[in-house]
Design a protein around this ligand. Structure first.
Ligand SMILES: C[S@@+](CC[C@H](N)C(=O)[O-])C[C@H]1O[C@@H](n2cnc3c(N)ncnc32)[C@H](O)[C@@H]1O
Length: 227
C-alpha cells in the first residue's frame, strides 16, 4: 500500500498567475492562463469520468491515488467515490476550484494541489495509482513530467496513462489537432522503461470508444506496474 506524503493544502508561494522566469522575474504564464480561461467556461472533461480510466482501474483495490493534470477534477472525484484516497494536481486554480465544488457535491474528500508539473516532483514511491488523463504536451515536456510520475508509484502500484491516440487525429474525434502532442502507448512505455527498467508493462493498447466504421474518440491506455 502506498504511503501518502504530499503536504495537505500547500499552495505555491507566488501570485496565482505568475511563474518565475530564468532570471528570477515573475511574469504571467500564458499557457496556464489559457487553461484558467478554458476551465472558467465549465467542464472541459465533459460528462462523467473518462471511460478509459474506468476501464483501466476496474478490478484494482483502492489505495492512495494521485491524478496529475487533473483539470476540473471529474476523474479525481470519481476515484474518490470508488474508495481511492485521492490527491489531484493541476496548475490551474480555476480548474481546482471546479474540482473542489464537485467533491463537495459528491460528498467525498480529495486533496487539491496547485502545482506546475514542469517544476514540481511528486513524492517518490508514494502512490498505489498515479493517473494522467489527456495531458498532451510536446515530447520534450513529456520527458520531464512522465518519469517523475512513474517514480511516484509505490511498490506494487501502477502508473496509468490515458491519451488521445495518434490515430485520433485522422480517424477519431476531439483531442489536439497538433499531432506532435499525440503519442502511442508503446512509445511512452519505451520511454519510461528506458528511464526505469524495473517497470513492467501490464497494458498497452488502443481503445476505440466507437467500433469502426463509426467515428468516435480513439484513446490509448498504458498501465505500468512497479513490482
Ligand atoms: C485536457 S486537460 C485534462 C484534464 C483532465 N485530466 C481530463 O481528464 O480531462 C489538461 C490539464 O493539464 C493541465 N496542465 C497542463 N500543463 C500543466 C502543468 N505544467 N502543470 C500542471 N497542470 C498542467 C491543464 O491545466 C489542464 O487542466
Amino acid at each position: 500500500m502506498g504511503r501518502h506524503s504530499a503536504t495537505s493544502g500547500e499552495r505555491l508561494d507566488m501570485a496565482a498567475n505568475d511563474l518565475p522566469t530564468a532570471d528570477g522575474e515573475r511574469r504571467p504564464d500564458e499557457r496556464r492562463l489559457g487553461w484558467d480561461e478554458r476551465h472558467s467556461h465549465g467542464d472541459v472533461e465533459g460528462n462523467g469520468p473518462n471511460p478509459t480510466l474506468m476501464l483501466g482501474t476496474a478490478g484494482l483495490t483502492p489505495g492512495w491515488a494521485l491524478e496529475l493534470a487533473a483539470g476540473s477534477g471529474t476523474n479525481a472525484v470519481w476515484l474518490a467515490t470508488q474508495g481511492w484516497q485521492t490527491t489531484a494536481v493541476d496548475w490551474s486554480p480555476v480548474g481546482l476550484a471546479n474540482g473542489r465544488a464537485k467533491a463537495q457535491s459528491a460528498d467525498v474528500e480529495v486533496e487539491w494541489l496547485e502545482r506546475d508539473l514542469f517544476e514540481w516532483t511528486p513524492p517518490a514511491r508514494s502512490y498505489d495509482l498515479v493517473a494522467i488523463v489527456y495531458l498532451h504536451v510536446p515530447p520534450e515536456e513529456r520527458a520531464i513530467i512522465y518519469p517523475r510520475a512513474a517514480a511516484a508509484v509505490a511498490r506494487g502500484g501502477r502508473l496509468l496513462i490515458v491519451g488521445h491516440d495518434k490515430l485520433n487525429a485522422a480517424e477519431g474525434q476531439g483531442g489536439p489537432a497538433d499531432t506532435v502532442r499525440l503519442f502511442t502507448p508503446d512509445e511512452v512505455a519505451a520511454e519510461l522503461i528506458a528511464a526505469d527498467p524495473r517497470l513492467v508493462v501490464e497494458r498497452s493498447e488502443v481503445v476505440r470508444r466507437v467500433p469502426p466504421p463509426g467515428r468516435g474518440p480513439i484513446d490509448n491506455l498504458l498501465i505500468l506496474r512497479r513490482p
